[in-house]
Ligand binder design. Sequence first.
Ligand SMILES: Nc1ncnc2c1ncn2[C@@H]1O[C@H](COP(=O)(O)OP(=O)(O)O)[C@@H](O)[C@H]1O
Ligand SMILES: [Mg+2]
Length: 252
Amino acid sequence: MSLEVNNLTKIYKLKKRMTKTAVDGISFSIPTGEIVGFIGPNGAGKSTTIKMMTGILAPDRGSVSIDGLNFKKNRKQIMMKTGVVFGQKSVLCWDIPVLDTLKLFKDMYRIPDETYKRNMEMFSDILGIDEFINQPPRLLSLGQRMKADLAASLIYDPDILFLDEPTIGIDVLSKERIRNFIKKINEERHTTIILTTHDVSDIETLCEKIIIIDKGILIYNGTLPDLKDRYQTTDLEEIIKKIYIAGERKDA
Ligand SMILES: Nc1ncnc2c1ncn2[C@@H]1O[C@H](COP(=O)(O)OP(=O)(O)O)[C@@H](O)[C@H]1O
Ligand SMILES: [Mg+2]
């Protein structure tokens, strides 16, 4: 599914009539089947943008369109076709075995038996979820919990997947498994993927396209090779640091 974001804006209301413009007129479009790295320093507005793109938050201005559908008219249709994972917050029921939540999703999303079976096999093969599927999330490690969350967000074959820091705080081996999994899903199902991460290797191994935001404003939207060309270096970490520092200077 393609995604189009137009002049997207979110203004949080704070105490004493103060406001904070977290996302300030962002526009971009992502064609079907791409993996896009959505990056920016802490507080840039990434999670807020993802919440608006997934219908969790309503924008104050602007619009989100997914394959021509919008949340006002086609909320349910969009929900059935999009998946989202927040590294810092699970969608799973804390006290219930992971398997029970997946079964609940099977009913909620009316997943055919074959699809469910095929997906569960894949999640076991690549993510190893069978090792902890009978445990509730509260007993899982962060890496296991993330794998369970990925399974829950992909069990119904969404066409577009939003991943907000899915590798945060996770060991190298689990990280690699998660990366391979994301890659495979994209290759086999052409799932469009929007990935927020602070991990440069996540971006290097997964993303051809990059969108950078800072203070709610779009800073860069283009390919990874073009970004490296522009900065005349292949060291992505160095490039990102330069961009973030330039943002801080503008403040001073
Ligand atoms: N619920 C909220 N109420 C008020 N301000 C918020 C809220 N959520 C986020 N913010 C502020 O909006 C800005 C963007 O936050 P966020 O979207 O979480 O950034 P990121 O995910 O890029 O770190 C930050 O300054 C943050 O403090
Ligand atoms: Mg965030």
